[in-house]
Design a protein around this ligand. Sequence first.
Ligand SMILES: C[S@@+](CC[C@H](N)C(=O)[O-])C[C@H]1O[C@@H](n2cnc3c(N)ncnc32)[C@H](O)[C@@H]1O
Length: 260
Amino acid sequence: MLIILLIAVGLLLAIIVGLSLKLRQLSWTLNTKLNDIDRAFGQIRKQLGALSTSIESSANETQNAVYLSQLDLTMPVFMGGWSIDTFLGKFLVQHVVESRPKTILELGSGSSTVLIARALEIVGIHDCTHIAVDHEPKYLGISREYARLNGLEDRVTWLECPLRHYDEFDKLWYGGLLDRLEGKKIDLLAIDGPPGPIQRHSRYPALPLLKRFLAEHCTVILDDAGRDEEQEIVQRWGNENPEFKVDLWPNGHGIAMLTR
Ligand SMILES: C[S@@+](CC[C@H](N)C(=O)[O-])C[C@H]1O[C@@H](n2cnc3c(N)ncnc32)[C@H](O)[C@@H]1O
């Protein structure tokens, strides 16, 4: 009788141990599966976040395009690619309307030139010195033609300044420009050239070289501020010129604004 009882207890213990091992295994498997599901949800959350940012950005671009279409250009200009995007386009037009700059210098002519010139025309500013600089005669010519087709050519001073080497920066930058700015006090400086790909920190020389031509209260805009190099340029400008307030907008190509 005792032997039977011992065997039964032994069997029971074996069953309990077996079951608990099985349960532990099941709980490990369950844990792994839950971790997998959690990871998958994390990925989905990330993708949904990116999708929602992209949808919001497209919606904003559409709004910007509608805003810019009200400029009623005879010949529409290209936005995006090498040109400014709609975020900067809208920003520049709003800046002209709200700040009414008297002297504007653009480094890198194009759609931006036509939009600024049209905004100046609409708000009735006829005494603004609006200078558009380009190192490439071809692109200066294209910008000028778009301005002509919109009846704006004569409102802009078109400067062809081939790039030359500036030893102090070891960089190519606009040759002959500084001599042509004597006596100017720039209210709005829009920097969209020289092109980033031609050299590292391509647009850095703009502020150190042009600072002496800036009005006491002025706005400096740098396009493509979403790029790492442009952010490094802005950081350096900010450190070297603490009197400027620096703002960055990540939308589109990215815009950096320095004001004082
Ligand atoms: C970033 S772009 C300037 C764009 C201008 N602010 C605009 O809104 O259209 C800088 C320079 O690139 C050159 N460029 C413009 N379009 C180009 C193209 N499709 N291919 C190569 N260079 C171009 C021009 O010399 C221009 O000054």
